[in-house]
Design a protein around this ligand. Structure first.
Ligand code: PLP
Length: 513
């Protein structure tokens, strides 16, 4: 025997179940995981959506439960490892399925979506090339087909999954930038944007900050953002947009209008048909940031509010908001597939021309990423499981919860409704009998008190009062995304806020005395 053959192992020291893709590898470990979650939930689940304690206390407890930051010489085995992590996450983590979890556009994910996500992870396909996962490509194309049809974007429409609404907005503006450059005879991808004179991106003053970030990242500069004023219902004013466009000098290049369909705080939807008409009249790109609002299309009752979405050149939507997916499940849709040309790439080891011509091609040319998770799998499983009616009912239920919260707030003299429920958020503040001068401090303290007690998780924001030159006010926000919550749960949430408000008011007034 030669040393060479001796060195070659004929048998692996590992069982096939080491790998998730093996026949029973995943089933075995999922059973262990289910047991670990059950044990941790029975023994340690906090009473509220958050563990009680200050941030330092909560983080210290979670760190301690994890054990020393040392790679163990010998592994603990899956059972002990999963048990430990289940304890850390359940005992010291967030419980979004709790009916008093109402802070952010961060839904409790659907069980079926999480299971399908495990299936996707087990396969570990990637979307960039044919030979990194053909069926994952089929699933993404299926999902894009379903969503472009739901949006009414037409036969030439296309799309791609991205790691979040911020990135979908970045991509939408990238395509808009390249289209605007192209019209000026500039190849922005190769030459950069220095040659593009005075770029301008219009959006409402309530647009998500990722629009500003995207402008910075794309070399347009944050100064390119032109914030258009909103009306009393917090929607972009088309007359103000038209006036701003008409006033642009010849040294400026309008790159895009970003309309928001569902502002993060208020759920307000810009008037899409009017904005589309203005954008098309000036020959500029219309991007609709429907990260939050797109889910309204599932609801027969609310879908009409998104009329005009079909006129967009590109659309951002987050199924990890009103879609109940675990993050990340965001999508950028375009009305015309040729928009993706500016992302096309030919890479010798991924998509050589002769392979691509023979059909061995993936989705590399639609994304800024190379390796890309099959995030469409969980979304496809969800849409197949519940259909439009099932998802619509979830949207309607959350909308109804928000309407109930709005009525309750209106009926409470200690609370002030700041913005009504358009979709599934309600903005308000606690007033009690406090002096106006302390209301900002009071509402901030109230929310932190709830966080520290762990009894309720609510949002906070700042809202400009109506009228020119007015100051912003600290407000509280419910973001209601739990379709299993009830009106009683909302009443309990409001009561919890009132209790905390009265306590904070007393503490502040005593402190001032
Ligand atoms: C949440 C949100 C975004 C950002 O999406 P992420 O997935 O958090 O990156 C963009 N626009 C609007 C209107 C949003 O509500």
């Amino acid at each position: 025997m030669t040393p060479l053959t001796q060195a070659r192992p004929l048998l692996s020291p590992f069982p096939p179940s080491l790998l998730a893709g093996s026949r029973d590898g995943l089933a075995e470990v999922l059973a262990t995981l289910a047991e670990a979650i059950d044990t941790a939930s029975t023994a340690h689940r906090p009473a509220g959506p958050l563990p009680a304690g200050t941030p330092a206390e909560v983080l210290a407890a979670a760190t301690e439960a994890l054990g020393a930051a040392e790679l163990p010489a010998e592994g603990l085995g899956a059972k002990a490892a999963l048990q430990r992590l289940a304890t850390v996450l359940v005992e010291h983590g967030i419980d979004l399925s709790h009916p008093r979890a109402a802070a952010h556009l961060q839904p409790p994910p659907l069980a079926v979506a999480v299971a399908a996500d495990a299936l996707a992870s087990a396969g570990n396909a990637s979307l960039d090339t044919y030979d990194s996962g053909p069926s994952a490509i089929a699933v993404e194309r299926w999902l894009i087909g379903v969503l472009t049809r739901l949006a009414g974007l037409g036969e030439r429409a296309d799309g791609v999954l991205t790691p979040g609404g911020s990135l979908s907005n970045l991509m939408g503006l990238l395509l808009a930038r390249d289209a605007a450059s192209f019209r000026r005879g500039i190849n922005a991808r190769e030459q950069g944007v220095a040659a593009l004179p005075g770029p301008v991106v219009f959006c409402s003053e309530l647009a998500h900050f990722s629009t500003h970030r995207a402008c910075a990242a794309l070399g347009l500069g944050e100064a390119a953002v032109f914030p258009v004023p909103v009306d009393e219902r917090r929607r972009m004013r088309p007359d103000a947009l038209a006036a701003a466009l008409d006033a642009l000098g010849p040294d400026r290049t309008p790159v895009a209008v970003v309309a928001t369909a569902g502002t993060t705080d208020f759920g307000s939807i810009d008037p899409l048909p009017e904005i589309a008409e203005i954008a098309s009249g000036h020959g500029i790109w219309m991007h609709v940031d429907a990260a939050y609002g797109f889910g309204a299309l599932f609801s027969e009752r609310l879908a009409g509010r998104l009329a005009g979405l079909e006129l967009a050149d590109s659309v951002t939507l987050d199924l990890h908001k009103l879609g109940w997916q675990p993050a990340a499940t965001s999508v950028l849709l375009v009305s015309d597939t040729t928009a993706f040309t500016s992302l096309d790439r030919e890479v010798a080891y991924l998509n050589p021309v002769d392979d691509a011509e023979a059909g061995y091609d993936g989705l590399l040319g639609r994304s800024l990423q190379t390796t890309r998770r099959p995030d469409a799998v969980k979304a496809a499983a969800t849409l197949l499981t519940y259909g439009r009616t099932g998802l619509g009912r979830m949207v309607d239920t959350c909308h109804e919860l928000a309407r109930h919260a709005e009525r309750r707030i209106l009926a409470e003299p200690e609370l002030e409704l700041v913005a009504p429920a358009e979709l599934t958020t309600v903005v308000f503040r606690y007033r009690g009998n406090a002096r106006p001068a302390v209301l900002g401090e009071l509402n901030g303290a109230l929310r932190r008190r709830l966080l520290e007690s762990g009894t309720a998780l609510i949002g906070r924001t700042e809202v400009k009062a109506a009228g020119p030159g007015s100051r912003t006010r600290v407000c509280l926000k419910f973001t209601l995304l739990n379709p299993t919550a009830t009106a009683d749960d909302i009443d309990g949430l409001v009561d919890t806020v009132l209790d905390a408000g009265r306590t904070c008011e007393r503490l502040i007034e005593e402190g001032a005395a």
